[in-house]
Design a protein. Structure first.
Length: 301
């Protein structure tokens, strides 16, 4: 295969850290951006080929008490944080650069996609995850927002008086999920009702990642013209490779599966941004960091 690059016109990489754990109850995930920031950039990317720079690490600045009638845990704090993160994403995208957002829990997905949509309103999204993240305040068993951001950015629910920064949304037909193996029953019903395209690990294993990815891309980008965002939750990968996550589900993607997705997106030269989320080094660090360094080196080679 000929060497390909993410964007034919740019070898600049901007990084935004989302140091937040408000979307779920396990602490540690909020520390991940600072861990990555403490590492030499050359240990993460091929700095001979890429001009990589940290633009910001966004920490929650306020923690208002959640109102008793809120249907989302930490809703007020998430609302404030989401606005700040979206603004950081928009700022980083003002430059002609690929954007890598490092979380943090997957609650950041609504903010990062909202920010990318400001520059690329015709965006398509590949969402790699063990879970659907398509619960709503009415369907969620836990009321944790990290299980809701995709439904939210697809405008499948509205929180009155909150998240007003979410000025653009993405239609379900421009989203495809890969690696799914843990859906809540009401969440699955909602996804099926809105014809949201998702591929389970059973499909990946039976049909092959190449076929699944081809079908996913045909769904979100039928004319092969849209910019693409990849939201990569590390729990989409089997915990044998990434044990350092608080949302682990056995039987996930292997590293070659993920590298195939990345290789394909690189070959399009329309891949504009990526999220890397749900990494918790408090749970396990050595193996998890080794795997992620390998994947980032592969991505930004």
């Amino acid at each position: 295969m000929n060497q390909v690059i993410l964007r034919s016109f740019s070898k600049k990489l901007n990084l935004v850290g989302a140091a937040v754990s408000l979307g779920q109850p396990k602490k540690g995930v909020e520390k991940t951006p600072e861990v990555f920031k403490s590492l030499p950039l050359s240990s993460l990317f091929n700095t001979n080929n890429w001009d990589a720079a940290w633009k910001s690490v966004v920490h929650p600045t306020q923690f208002p008490q959640t109102k008793s009638n809120s249907r989302i845990k930490n809703q007020e704090a998430l609302d404030i944080y989401g606005k700040e993160l979206k603004e950081a994403v928009c700022s980083a995208l003002q430059e002609d650069a690929f954007l890598l957002n490092i979380g943090g829990d997957h609650s950041i997905g609504s903010s990062t996609i909202a920010g990318v949509l400001e520059k690329h309103p015709d965006l398509g999204v590949i969402w790699v995850d063990a879970h659907g993240d398509c619960n709503t305040p009415d369907t969620s068993p836990s009321q944790n927002y990290h299980g809701m951001p995709l439904a939210h950015i697809m405008d499948l629910f509205q929180e009155t008086g909150a998240f007003s920064w979410r000025t653009k949304t993405i239609p379900p037909e421009r989203v495809a999920l890969i690696g799914i193996r843990a859906l809540d029953s009401s969440e699955k019903a909602l996804m099926d009702q809105h014809n949201i395209k998702y591929f389970t690990m059973e499909e990946v294993n039976s049909r092959g990642i190449q076929t699944v990815l081809k079908d996913a891309m045909s769904q979100i980008d039928p004319k092969s013209e849209r910019p693409i965002h990849l939201s990569l939750d590390v729990d989409g990968i089997d915990p044998l490779f990434v044990p350092g996550t608080g949302t682990a589900v056995p039987g996930g993607l292997d590293i070659e599966h993920v590298k195939h997705v990345i290789s394909h997106l690189k070959s399009l030269q329309r891949w504009v941004s990526m999220d890397l989320v749900e990494i918790n080094f408090d749970i396990e660090k050595e193996k998890t960091l080794e795997t992620l360094q390998h994947l980032l080196k592969f991505t930004f080679n």
